[in-house]
Design a binder for this molecule. Structure first.
Ligand SMILES: [Zn+2]
Length: 305
């Protein structure tokens, strides 16, 4: 009997401990496919939302695997924010597995941030995916171009306000605070990269075209044969020759990519391979949106000096 009483007390105490959790559950549960969007969603949503990302910044988003843990997160989600343009098309499989009508394509809880983004590198002819090109609809890596943060956060705000119109004013204030801060940083970033206007860089995977274009830099070549297709020996030889001829100083490589190969190519061509934050959380010190952009600006300026 005594043991039962102790057990009941333990249960009650346990339930009491759960109360803060219960309050947290009243927040709007937002799930994003990639961490860059988590950071922006938190900037807009503030303490009204609870945001979780399905992937980590150290991953190659093109190749994310759908896991049961993803479905669990999606099952409880009120809102799903996706990048779109085929970067995270795998999320559809996870949404079906989660069986959550609130976030299926076309539902009010589904936000695609590529809407309103002027896409780059949209193929003029239909790209045959069987050839392995992972950018068949255009380049999907726009999230870390700080010049696009206003349009992306607007799309997120509209989606949030659709579901929670009573919080619209708060979302607008949060977004404005974030954009004001970003504006200040943007002035500094532009100044830091101004001396390198027109500089050419080589990228391993083409995930920096929006960022480079924003700051007046140029992508001269990529190491991959095609987006998502590993470099062939002949292509590597061509790129090495180009780096030497055009006196290119830098190869940008993602932490998830073949950093060793990038370094070998750089050594042979007399350039420098630098690991950049391909996403929020991709490298140490890039743990939110502004920190990730800042890391890339500083690292690139340092390497081009
Ligand atoms: Zn890509």
């Amino acid at each position: 009997m005594r043991r039962i009483i102790v057990f009941v007390i333990a249960l009650v105490a346990g339930a009491a401990l759960l109360v803060p959790g219960a309050r947290a559950a009243e927040k709007i549960r937002v799930v994003t496919t990639i961490p860059d969007l988590k950071s922006l969603a938190e900037a807009v949503g503030g303490d009204v939302v609870d945001v979780d990302s399905l992937t980590r910044g150290t991953q190659n988003f093109h190749e994310a695997e759908v896991r049961p843990s993803m479905m669990l997160k999606l099952r409880r989600a009120d809102i799903l924010i996706e990048n779109g343009v085929d970067l995270d098309a795998w999320v559809d499989v996870a949404v079906v597995g989660a069986n959550n009508g609130k976030i299926i394509r076309g539902a009010p809880g589904r936000i695609d941030v590529s809407r309103g983004v002027p896409l780059l590198e949209v193929p003029s002819v239909r790209v045959d995916r069987s050839m392995g090109d992972v950018h068949p609809l255009g380049n999907p890596h726009f999230s870390l171009d700080p010049g696009l943060a206003p349009v992306i956060t607007q799309t997120i705000l509209d989606g949030f306000a659709r579901l929670a119109p009573e919080h619209r004013a708060a979302f607008e204030t949060n977004r404005q605070t974030f954009l004001t801060r970003l504006d200040g940083e943007m002035a500094r970033w532009t100044q830091t990269l101004a001396p390198f206007k027109g500089a050419k860089v080589v990228v391993f995977h083409p995930d920096f075209i929006y960022f480079l274009t924003r700051f007046g830099l140029a992508q001269a070549a990529m190491l991959e044969d095609k987006p998502g297709i590993p470099p062939s020996p002949q292509h590597v030889v061509r790129v090495i020759r180009q780096i030497k001829e055009e006196k290119i100083k830098v190869i940008l490589v993602e932490p998830w990519n073949d950093v060793k190969l990038a370094r070998r190519v750089a050594d042979e061509a007399g350039a420098k391979a630098i690991v950049i934050a391909s996403a929020v959380g991709a490298v140490k010190g890039a743990d939110n949106y502004i920190a990730a952009v800042d890391f890339n600006v500083r690292t690139l300026a340092e390497a081009l000096r």
